[in-house]
Design a protein around this ligand. Structure first.
Ligand SMILES: [Zn+2]
Length: 301
């Protein structure tokens, strides 16, 4: 097989997942997350010893969360660096992302690659950054295990999603994004700072019914009655409150939110009912879309 051929991230992650299932048992996540730091060194050493990843280590890499560093030899050996101040969950995701660059992209790299926060956690970067994120999510949180523990029809709150984050040793945000990929319910996540959304992602059923929020590169202001805008974080708002039509969309939503002091972020989850906006008044839906557009434009001025 020609290694220069671009390997598909999902296929490669699936192949390694299968190998781990065989070696450690399909119930391996009951005993702990993917031992990613050990995996990247052992896997690279067993497959291409001359081009292996020699070590994984924390470092004060300015402005980046991770890096795949190229050595001087020919062919080069490599090292994976992660920013030393990351939480354990973010660190695991960063190391998996750098492993992806080694598995998928090392022959395209004539130099070391340094990855920023947008590249690693949201797949916001160029093609190879998105590929590395897809690989990392598939390797650390295989869908078959995720679905078996959080069924596609279930409506989870922060407790259930937090349990999934612990199961896979990833951040809460990473677990929420993964759940949104396969869930059959209409739901969204909005991540904001001081009531201004940094980014948002809908589930596929939510997107199909027009329930999504445009953030692009500009933050927009959350509705003034939202939990995050009111900074009202308590047990009740963590569990979820009902918000009337017109607050977020032209329909009622269940809104739940928490605040992460560590990252100075609010995480809001919106659950919409299964019927979709078919039964809603069209005018209301349009109003809320206009509203979101306006927020976006205000921020650009
Ligand atoms: Zn990267």
């Amino acid at each position: 097989m020609n290694d220069i051929v671009r390997k598909r991230p999902m296929a490669e992650a699936a192949r390694i997942t299968q190998m781990l299932d065989l070696a450690l048992g399909a119930d391996r996540f009951d005993r702990g997350p993917v031992p990613i730091e050990q995996l990247v060194v052992e896997y690279s050493t067993n497959t291409y010893p001359e081009e292996r990843v020699e070590y994984v280590t924390g470092a004060p890499i300015d402005g980046c969360v991770g890096a795949l560093v190229r050595g001087e030899d020919s062919p080069p050996k490599w090292a994976v660096l992660y920013h030393q101040d990351q939480s354990e969950g973010r660190k695991a995701y960063t190391v998996a992302h750098e492993m992806a660059h080694w598995v998928l992209h090392r022959h395209m790299l004539s130099d070391s690659i340094y990855c920023g926060v947008d590249d690693v956690f949201r797949g916001g970067g160029i093609d190879i950054e998105r590929e590395a994120d897809v690989f990392a999510a598939n390797l650390l949180m295989p869908f078959n295990d995720f679905r078996a523990n959080l069924p596609a029809r279930e409506r989870p709150g922060f407790d259930s999603l937090g349990k999934m984050a612990s199961r896979y040793g990833v951040s809460l945000t990473a677990a929420i994004l993964r759940w949104l990929e396969y869930t059959e319910v209409r739901a969204l996540v909005v991540v904001s700072t001081d009531g201004y959304a940094n980014w948002s992602k809908p589930s596929k059923p939510a997107l199909r019914t027009g329930a999504f929020i445009r953030t692009r590169s500009d933050p927009f202001e959350l509705p003034s009655d939202s939990i995050a805008a009111r900074a009202e974080f308590n047990e009740e708002t963590r569990a979820g409150i009902e918000q009337p039509p017109g607050t977020w969309f032209g329909e009622q939503v269940v809104e739940m939110a928490i605040r992460s002091d560590r990252y100075d972020r609010e995480i809001t989850i919106l659950h919409l009912d299964d019927r979709g906006p078919v039964y809603q008044e069209e005018e209301l839906v349009e109003d809320s879309f206009d509203q979101f557009f306006r927020f976006g434009e205000d921020r650009r001025r």
